[in-house]
Design a protein around this ligand. Sequence first.
Ligand code: SF4
Length: 352
Amino acid sequence: MTYRDHTKVVHIGNKVIGGGNPIMIQSMTNTPTEDVTATVNQILALEKAGCDIVRSTVPNQEAANAIKEIKKQIHIPLVADIHFDYKMAIAAMENGADKIRINPGNIGSDDKIEAVVKTAKERNIPIRVGVNSGSLEKDILLKYGGVTADGLVESALDKVGIIEKFGYDNLVISIKSSNVMLCVDAHRKLAEKTNYPLHVGITEAGTLYGGNIKSSIGLGIILNEGIGDTIRVSLSGDPTEEIRTAKTILKTLGLRKGGIEVVSCPTCGRTKIDLIGLANKVENMVQEFPLDIKVAVMGCAVNGPGEAREADIGIAGGLHEGLLIKKGEVVKKVPESELLDALRYELEHWNA
Ligand code: SF4
C-alpha cells in the first residue's frame, strides 16, 4: 500500500481523485480566460491530448463569467485559479467551476476565506490549497532561514488548518518549488503528515528541454514513492506538450496503462535511412491511437530486426527501405518514403 492508496477521495466534476484512484493529469490554459473561443479551443486540444482536469486563471469578473460558457463546451472538470480577490473565487464557483485553487495567504483576512469556504461548502466544490516556494510568508522564511521543505509543509498545513477551522475538509493540497530536490523532500514530509490528496508538480520547471528533464526527475521520484494523486508538468511551451510528458512519466513508472510506447535506436554509422526524422514522426503519429502496445523504430538490419521483434510492431531500416515486423514476423519490405504510412495502416487495423 502506498500513500496515495490512503488519501481522502475527492470528487472534481466528473473525475474522482485520491484513495488509490488513477492519477489524473492536469494542465493549465494560457489564453485569456475571458476569450471563450480561444480558451475552449485550447481545452478541447488538451482533452484530445489526454488531459483529465484543466485549470484556468480567473483574475476578473469577465473571466469568472466566461466559466459558465466555457463549461458548456468542454468535457473535463474546470478548476478556477484564484489569486488575491476572494470575490473571484465565489464568482467562479457560482459560474460552475468544478474546483478552485487558492493560496489562502494572498486571499486576505479570515472572514474573506470564510466567505469562500461557505460558497464551496454550499456547492460541495473542492478547494486546492496551493503553496509555492516563491510566496512563503515572512515569518516562515525567518523561522527556517529561507525556503525549506519544512517551511513549505508548515505553510501548507497552516492554510489547511484555516479552512478546516471553518468546517470544510473537501480539500487537495499542492506545494510547489522549482528546486526539484527541495520539492521532493517537501512531498515526503507532507505525505507523512496529511491524508488529503496531493497535486504534484515542479513549478516553473522551464522550457520543453529543461522542464521535461526536471519534471521527469522530480515527479518520477515523488510518484515512485507512492505520493501524488494528480500531476502537472509545467512547461514554457504548448500546454499539450505537458500532457504528452505527463503521460510518458506515468506510463514509464507503470502507473498508467494505455497509449503506444515508442522505442527507437540512437542511430549510428550503420543507419541508412532518416531514422531520427522517422522516429519523431512515428512518435507524433501514435498519439492518436489508444492501443497499449510497443512500437520499435530501429535503424539497421544488424540489431534492428531483433529489437523490432521484441516490440509488438517495428521497423528495421535498410538501405533506403525498411522491414515492417509484426509480432516477430517480417510483414513486408517497404520503401523508406512509405514506412510511416505502412506503420499507420497496421495500427489502424490492429486487432491484437
Ligand atoms: S539498431 Fe542498428 S542503426 Fe540503430 S544504433 Fe543499433 S546498430 Fe546502429
